[in-house]
Design a protein around this ligand. Structure first.
Ligand SMILES: C[S@@+](CC[C@H](N)C(=O)[O-])C[C@H]1O[C@@H](n2cnc3c(N)ncnc32)[C@H](O)[C@@H]1O
Length: 304
């Protein structure tokens, strides 16, 4: 097996001192210093030679080198120019790495288009349709990254990520629990999720205030394909949980305000056998998918 540089506190502090920089907390710069956990993340991602891997948050490049050694191609994105220079030196010897130095997100709802284009180009170059996200994500943008990747036209096979424990728990939450949210439903409607490992703050430098987790998200293509209109479902689901304590009838009335009158909303609810005084958080993922489909079809009938 190839020898890789270990990322220890003394290595990081001396390197940062040499360059004259400090970890920037607004960019979520907490570096994984437990190499066993870094290897667990790589193993969980099950990286193959026909995979294009997207890493958001190159940092020092420690995780990147390990992934590049196994991948067909690694596209790694880093917002901080100091970090990109640092990582660039580490990754210089790899011909299958594209290091991009910019913000991976154009805004909260969209990725930077050039990044998506680069991934598509690399997939075409190595003639594969296998694309995976594997990263120790910057915590402040982990939700839009995971959620939006399921809204692009390059569906990932899987997403293997280190994120805040709280976020991981929200993603895997079951109906009726306080963590069950639009995000849980959106991800679970098309993916199988597994909490691989909970990690204490001390496995990072500098240590964050919270616990973290490695989450493995496997996209299930048949389930994804069974959703007739992903964007419609995304918006419906978000609107359903927007006032999560409100009764379903009132939530649906405000969702369809100006599009369906109250009697029409009641009709669709009756058709689906939906209890008007239930709350979004009581419905399973499949029930929410079915509910969305009833309303989508009703809207389509109205437009025809
Ligand atoms: C948690 S660190 C991970 C570093 C490294 N991969 C590791 O495992 O130790 C997150 C990295 O993401 C970078 N970053 C933060 N926001 C970003 C964004 N919007 N786009 C790209 N990189 C970002 C930070 O500068 C930081 O280097």
């Amino acid at each position: 097996m190839a020898e890789f540089r270990n990322q220890t506190i003394s290595y990081l502090t001396s390197k940062f001192r040499e360059i004259g920089i400090r970890p920037v907390s607004k960019h979520g710069q907490n570096f994984l210093i437990d190499m066993n956990l870094l290897d667990l993340l790589v193993r969980s991602a099950n990286i193959q030679k026909d995979d294009v891997i997207l890493e958001i948050g190159t940092g020092t490049g420690t995780l990147s080198t390990r992934m590049a050694a196994q991948a067909g191609h690694l596209v790694t994105v880093e917002i901080d120019p100091h970090m990109a220079t640092f990582a660039g030196e580490e990754l210089d010897d790899f011909e299958n790495v594209t290091l991009l130095n910019y913000d991976a997100l154009r805004n909260k709802n969209n990725f930077r288009p050039e990044m998506i284009e680069t991934i598509k180009e690399k997939m075409a170059e190595i003639e594969t349709d296998h694309f995976k996200l594997a990263a120790n994500l910057p915590y402040n943008v982990a939700t839009p990254i995971i959620s939006n990747l399921l809204r692009t036209d390059i569906t990932p096979k899987s997403m293997t990520v280190t994120i805040q424990k709280e976020l991981a728990e929200r993603i895997v939450a079951s109906p009726g629990t306080k963590d069950y949210s639009a995000l849980s439903v959106w991800i679970q409607s098309q993916c199988r999720c597994e909490l691989v490992r909970i990690m204490p703050p001390g496995v990072f430098w500098p240590a964050p205030k919270v616990h973290s987790a490695i989450l493995q998200i496997e996209v299930e293509p048949e389930r994804r394909a069974a959703i007739p209109d992903l964007e419609y479902f995304h918006e419906f689901n978000r609107s359903l949980f927007f006032h999560r304590r409100k009764f379903l009838r009132s939530v649906l009335q405000s969702t369809y305000k100006g599009k369906l009158d109250k009697a029409e909303v009641d009709q669709v609810m009756e058709q689906g056998g939906l209890n008007p005084s239930a709350r979004a958080e009581n419905f399973t993922v499949d029930e929410i998918l079915a509910m969305c489909e009833l309303f989508r079809q009703r809207m389509q009938e109205k437009q025809d």
